[in-house]
Design a binder for this molecule. Structure first.
Ligand SMILES: Nc1ncnc2c1ncn2[C@@H]1O[C@H](COP(=O)(O)OP(=O)(O)O)[C@@H](O)[C@H]1O
Ligand SMILES: O=C(CO)[C@H](O)[C@H](O)COP(=O)(O)O
Length: 427
């Protein structure tokens, strides 16, 4: 029997799903990231996690694996040398240091382009160019990669290949399927002191190459096992849900809050941090907020979230109006790197406090979907929920009160399953 592996790299850890060609799950693995680590440790943690996840799959299944696909956090970027060795600490998806590059971004990119965000991949590239152009002296050529691109390279050995989901926030034109001249002129211009290579871009799920012989031997994988181009974690969660009709949406309630509404028409609006990913001949309109489970985890364990949520009446609205963030700055539905967290007043009663947090995140989610529809996205018909927060049925009822559409729990919500669906394209 042939098997297919999907690997998801989220904020808090890595997850793997192995399925047969019918999409039946034969195995799963999960490896949380260490609770505290420094940025220069992240590549080795990601590599260790990747190899640990694959090693957890039973030998018999590994030996019959035909394809692997990986999703990663969007706009998590790193610079590598010609051997694929990271030469700087990665900059994560929510790293807002690119805010200082906004004037330059607005000068080169079209209005409302997805790169017009402090956390976009291009903002990070310009920041590296502005602060670390000396890297070009020691490293030629330099490769700009996303997390999923680099992890895929570790398995297939072909450096500098990405997909048009991970490269949207780098500036890739997903309509004409090329890098626009305003971007290539910027990256290649003589005055640009940081000489780097942008990744070659293919469609998500496209087979890139067979695994290297070293990887085949290390994990007892077939030499013909292909590694496919990946996607981002929230799109993988969308793919997992099985949503296919415009108007269907997936909210990823993970460490962050990410909305994806399938639409006949794209919506891009930098003011609100709204952008549209290409999905076949449709568009995944949405945005990614820094609010979400990471804020909850700062105050409650997963067990406390479960037990305290059960004491909340989801039909009652909390009077507490928070904007739950761990640090200043949000990307969507308010695209403002200076936006302050709002977590006061904090009641003595933990249930009341959690009620306020869950209700406030539900309000932000509803505001996001309302904006998407106001700006022309296909009207919302139903919402699937993915991520750690999907298990919270009290929260689902609260969210339903705001969204006024059915909240459907899909059979599969794990992003790793969505990545496996990409791998299955290579049957
Ligand atoms: N019962 C729950 N209710 C709400 N949120 C929860 C619950 N259990 C876990 N979470 C949240 O889920 C998040 C982890 O979800 P996950 O999808 O693994 O995140 P990521 O993929 O971003 O790492 C945590 O931040 C945690 O606060
Ligand atoms: O916030 C995130 C961390 O999980 C997401 O990776 C990301 O921001 C979502 O971006 P995209 O819409 O490109 O998938």
């Amino acid at each position: 029997m042939n098997f297919y592996i999907g690997i998801d790299f989220g904020t808090s850890g890595g997850r793997l799903v192995i399925t047969n060609i019918k999409g039946q799950i034969y195995g799963e693995a999960e490896t949380p990231f260490p609770a505290s680590s420094s940025p220069d440790e992240w590549p080795s943690i990601w590599k260790t996690t990747l190899f640990d996840l694959i090693a957890q799959i039973p030998l018999e299944l590994r030996r019959q694996t035909q394809a692997i696909a990986i999703d990663g956090t969007s706009a998590t970027a790193l610079l590598c040398d010609y051997q694929g060795k990271p030469i700087t600490s990665p900059l994560l998806y929510n790293d807002g240091r690119g805010a200082e590059m906004m004037a330059q971004l607005k000068a080169i990119a079209p209005a409302n382009h997805p790169v017009l965000s402090a956390t976009s991949s291009l903002a990070k590239l310009l920041w590296w160019e502005h602060h670390h152009s000396e890297l070009s002296i020691s490293f030629q050529p330099l490769y700009f990669l996303h997390q999923a691109d680099w992890l895929g390279f570790l398995l297939h050995g072909k450096l500098g290949i990405s997909d048009y989901h991970n490269t949207l926030k780098l500036g890739y034109d997903v309509i004409h399927l090329c890098y626009p001249s305003w971007l290539t002129n910027q990256v290649n211009c003589e005055s640009n002191r940081l000489k780097l290579k942008l990744p070659k871009v293919v469609a998500p799920g496209t087979p890139i190459s067979a695994i290297t012989s070293e990887i085949a031997e290390q994990f007892n994988l077939p030499k013909h096992c292909v590694v496919c181009a990946g996607t981002t974690d929230s799109i993988a969660a969308f793919l997992a849900s099985g949503a296919t009709s415009p108007g269907e949406a997936v909210t990823s309630l993970g460490s962050t809050l990410v909305l994806k509404l399938l639409s006949h028409t794209p919506v891009n609006n930098a003011r609100y941090g709204i952008y549209s990913h290409r999905l076949g001949n449709l568009w995944l309109t949405g945005g990614a907020s820094n609010t979400g489970g990471a804020v909850l985890r700062a105050f409650f364990t997963d067990e406390e979230l479960e037990t305290l949520s059960e004491q909340i009446n989801p039909n009652l609205s909390s009077p507490l109006d928070y904007y739950p963030l761990l640090k200043k700055g949000d990307r969507f539905p308010i695209n403002d790197p200076e936006l302050p967290p709002r977590l006061e007043p904090r009641p003595e009663n933990s249930v009341e406090f959690l009620h306020g947090l869950l209700e406030s995140i539900a309000r932000i989610e509803a505001q996001g979907y309302q904006l998407l529809q106001q700006l022309g996205a296909t009207p919302l018909t139903q919402v699937y929920t993915a991520g750690g927060g999907a298990k919270n049925q009290v929260w689902a009822r609260m969210r339903e009160r705001y969204l006024q559409v059915p909240m459907v729990k899909p059979i599969h919500t794990a992003a790793a399953y969505g990545a496996a669906r990409l791998a299955m394209q290579n049957r």
